[in-house]
Ligand binder design. Structure first.
Ligand code: A3P
Length: 284
């Protein structure tokens, strides 16, 4: 395959080793560790493209009792993007989405806070591919380059939210805390009703089978794809002709993008960085 690895991406680089979406406000992000945490606060935390929106849909349906006519981004705002004034105006209990690494969260130590946290992880090869389409979709990244170029950026952590290994490990280390629920995209994909139940139990809600079924039906890929309230709003300028936000929703799309060499290199890196951690993923 012809290698065309030149290209670039625009990032906010104010935080050492942790690049952000360039549209975010660095001064607000620097203040987030001081953002208050109240009893009942719930965070959905992820490395981007790991199933954040999917989990937002499930959590907000649980909160609304299976029926809602509000947008997931107003039900569950993105902490980093709403800015200081809107964040301070939110009254507890708050449900928020975040892509922050563990030690940049409010209070810097979720496991020892009074909040609750659902962390969703996804196999990193599919994350890389999904993030590639994300970088091409959002104009702010000014991404120029092909997949080969993006792969190199991902390996170096030169993408929004930095090195995947770093992000995942920071949260995985605290997965046994009783206020942290660590789930995998692949588990949601393989048994959505069971995942809805697990999430509800963690939130302290007991759902009957009819309600689990109702929420599951509205949280499938097909249902969310056609639901304007379950897609990200149009606030961020999008490159015309790019792929939709709810794009493909499968396990294993990496096989359509990774070359054998890239796959081998990635596997070696995974082994080097993650062996001994006990964290394994389904890659198909
Ligand atoms: P793909 O680009 O692989 O399709 P996030 O919300 O964290 O940005 O993650 C987006 C990814 O989750 C996209 O992956 C999107 O298609 C997928 N996704 C969103 N809703 C989904 C659902 N109900 N079922 C499966 N995948 C879903």
């Amino acid at each position: 395959r012809l290698k065309m690895s030149s290209g670039s991406i625009q990032l906010l680089r104010e935080f050492d080793g942790f690049p952000f979406n360039p549209l975010l406000d660095a001064s607000w992000i620097a203040e987030i560790p001081d953002y208050p945490i109240s009893p009942g606060d719930l965070y959905i935390a992820t490395y981007p493209k790991s199933g954040t929106t999917w989990t937002q849909q499930i959590v907000s349906l649980i909160q609304w009792g299976g029926e809602k006519d509000t947008h997931i981004s107003s039900d569950i705002p993105w902490l980093e993007s709403i800015g200081k004034d809107s964040a301070r105006a939110l009254s507890p209990p708050r449900t928020l989405k975040t892509h922050l690494p563990y030690d940049m969260m409010p209070g810097r130590d979720p496991a020892n806070s009074i909040g609750k946290y659902i962390y969703i992880a996804r196999n990193p090869k599919d994350v890389a591919v999904s993030l590639y389409y994300h970088a091409k979709r959002y104009a702010a990244f000014q991404f120029t380059g092909d997949w080969d170029c993006f792969f190199e950026l991902f390996m170096k952590g030169e993408v929004s939210c930095g090195l995947w290994f770093h992000h995942i490990f920071g949260w995985w280390e605290h997965k046994d805390a009783k206020n942290i629920l660590f789930l995998k995209y692949e588990d949601l994909k393989k048994d959505l009703p069971a995942s809805v139940k697990t999430i509800a139990q963690f939130m302290g809600c007991s759902l009957d089978d009819a309600m689990i079924d109702k929420i599951t039906k509205q949280s499938t890929f097909e249902s969310m794809k056609d639901d304007p309230l379950a897609n990200l709003p149009l606030g961020f300028p999008v490159v015309s002709g790019s792929t939709p936000f709810i794009r493909k929703g499968v396990i294993g799309d990496w096989k359509n993008h990774f070359t054998d060499e890239q796959s081998t290199r990635f596997d070696a890196e995974y082994t080097k960085r993650m062996s001994g951690t006990g964290l394994v993923f389904d890659f198909q």
